[in-house]
Design a protein. Structure first.
Lengths: 111, 113
């Protein structure tokens, strides 16, 4: 079984649209994350949730909104998509400060 | 506050040669240190980690790293590079309080046949 899964794997959309990326982990972890990886492979933390509570909210546009319906899920909703949002988005989970387990990524392309 | 510096965004080695990827960190509290590998079009996966105890840690695929507190370093090594080692490598530091963590900017390893 996949430990951390994300859907969709690819997302191609027009500027101005709203889209969501879903993430689920079956590891029983208490902390989940969203990262953005740009074309130069630089990995930037966006959000972190611990037991459904937001604990890290880096400086990202407020067009990005995470939603955690339960400990196993952390979804990312993006409003009014812009060209600069094109990137690979990774979900990850961990037990507290231990190893983070990453999903396979969602490649978002904004046209 | 924590930070991570990976020296060399691109490293090339010949097949069979030593692999050395450098990572230096700064941390105001005892850190947990990690190396992750990312193969093309995949997510990151753990290579190895240091939390406490033995400072030389061994990971998957023949990699190892040594925590040197005096040098604030956690360099990744492998005695003999294999073509399959070509990937992006990330060093990460996490405060053992769990609420602050940073990933390095990554090092792309190329293995030349």
């Amino acid at each position: 079984d996949t430990a951390v899964s994300q859907t969709p794997k690819y997302l191609v959309t027009q500027m101005g649209n709203d889209k969501s990326i879903k993430c689920e982990q079956n590891l029983g972890h208490d902390t989940m994350y969203w990262y953005k990886q740009d074309s130069k492979k630089f990995l930037k933390i966006m959000f972190s949730y611990n037991n459904k509570e937001l604990i890290i909210n880096e400086t990202v546009p407020n067009r990005f909104s995470p939603k955690s319906p339960d400990k196993a899920h952390l979804n990312l909703h993006i409003n009014s998509l812009e060209l600069g949002d094109s990137a690979v988005y990774f979900c990850a989970s961990s037990h507290y400060a231990d190893t983070q387990y990453f999903g396979p990524g969602t490649r978002l392309t904004v046209l | 506050a924590q930070s991570v510096t990976q020296l060399g965004s691109h490293v090339s080695v010949s097949e069979g040669a030593l692999v050395l990827l450098r990572c230096n960190y700064s941390s105001s509290v005892p850190p947990y240190l990690f190396w992750y590998v990312q193969y093309p079009n995949q997510g990151l996966q753990l290579l190895l980690k240091y939390t406490t105890g033995a400072t030389l840690v061994k990971g998957i695929n023949g990699f190892e790293a040594e925590f040197k507190k005096s040098e604030t370093s956690f360099h990744l090594t492998k005695p003999s590079a294999h073509m399959s080692d070509a990937a992006e490598y990330f060093c990460a530091v996490i405060a053992n309080t769990g609420n602050q963590f940073y990933f390095g900017t990554g090092t792309s390893l190329t293995v030349i046949p």
